[in-house]
Design a protein around this ligand. Structure first.
Ligand code: BDP
Length: 326
């Protein structure tokens, strides 16, 4: 065999492989929640459909349980294109894309159904577009439901005065620190993964979240009182790195967009089931659910009015449109 021919044969498998993978793309999806958690399940189903419907051009791998870092770290990695996709609480996006903070304001939504009606409609799309059109190299595709956030503490909060001076963990967004301080607590921001030990060692007196997170991240083990303030109802965008998005063909982009939107509605069903079962489990494990009267709840709403006034000032029109959604 002459030298040229040898070379050709050696190069063949490589050339073959190259043409076969011309549009191939692997997606690493980062999740702070553990396997089995509603968005994780919906995102995995999305990934499976993506692999099938892209005929293997796109591969998908879920990294659940925070193994790729905290949400803030992951967002940075997605901005760089080192991680291709994630779902992140809107709370974490606020400091990066301030326009989204309208949804992060306490008591902006009347209840979870109101939030769902808003995210399913034009305002929801506008907020996704704000993320996409910002300079932060992200494409926002769909919303996951993150339920309603309430307070959980080591000693009971039966009325707003009980919260006075308590150190309460909030997500890393100044809006939430201001919110907690306006309620009389002492807002301390830290990553999700640090909450468990901070509660255990007494670095904090409590935190605030929905029942599935309180259960699945084991926070209930060191905080047995759950006060139904309903102060935040945060939807959670699914985002892709713009660097990755731009590598996709228009057909692949349309497919990713369509499947992400499907996941939005699939997750919602899983969310409702999980919320109900988490509540039951928390109660069975000795967590006391504290219901507030309308007057007691109004105290939380009134206390946080300055936060809405401050952060909502540039968005008066948008807030009116949110309020008008039935
Ligand atoms: C959960 C969100 C998750 C946040 C977490 C938190 O689903 O994305 O990381 O709250 O407060 O409800 O850190």
């Amino acid at each position: 065999m002459n030298f040229k021919r040898k070379l050709l044969i050696a190069a063949l498998p490589f050339a073959f492989c190259l043409s076969g993978t011309a549009h191939a793309l692997s997606i690493k999806f980062a999740e702070v929640h553990p396997a089995g958690y509603p968005p994780v399940v919906a995102e995995q189903a999305m990934g499976k459909k993506l692999e099938e419907q892209s005929k293997g051009e796109i591969t998908f791998k879920m990294f659940a349980g925070g193994v790729l870092g905290s949400e803030k770290e992951v967002v940075e990695q997605v901005q760089l294109g080192a991680i291709q996709m994630t779902r992140v609480s809107l709370g974490i996006v606020g400091p990066v894309v301030p326009d989204v903070n309208v949804f992060n304001m306490p008591f902006i939504f009347r209840d979870q159904n109101h939030m769902r009606a808003v995210i399913d409609g034009p305002v929801g799309q506008e907020i996704l577009d704000k993320i996409t059109n910002s300079d932060f190299n992200l494409v926002a595709l769909a919303w996951m439901d993150g339920g309603t956030r309430n307070l959980y503490t080591k000693t009971p909060v039966r009325k707003i005065a009980d919260l006075k001076g308590m150190k309460i963990r909030v997500q890393g967004n100044p809006l939430f620190v201001d919110m907690m301080n306006s309620m009389g607590g002492n807002g301390i921001s830290m990553a999700t993964g640090e909450i468990f030990s901070a509660l255990q060692t007494g670095v904090i007196d409590g935190a605030e979240n929905n029942p599935p997170t309180m259960l699945e991240h084991n926070h209930y083990q060191n905080a047995k009182f759950y006060t139904l303030t309903g102060h935040l109802i945060l939807p959670e965008p699914v985002v892709m790195s713009k660097t990755t998005w731009e590598k996709l063909t228009p057909e692949q982009q349309a497919l990713v967009q369509k499947l992400a939107r499907e996941a939005q509605f699939e997750e919602r069903k899983l969310w409702d089931e999980k919320s109900a079962s988490a509540e039951a489990k928390l109660k069975a494990d000795g967590v006391e659910f504290i219901t507030l009267s309308d007057a007691e709840k109004k105290e939380f709403v009134d206390a946080t009015a300055p936060v809405r006034a401050q952060y909502g000032a540039p968005y008066a029109e948008l807030i009116k449109r949110i309020e008008a959604v039935q």
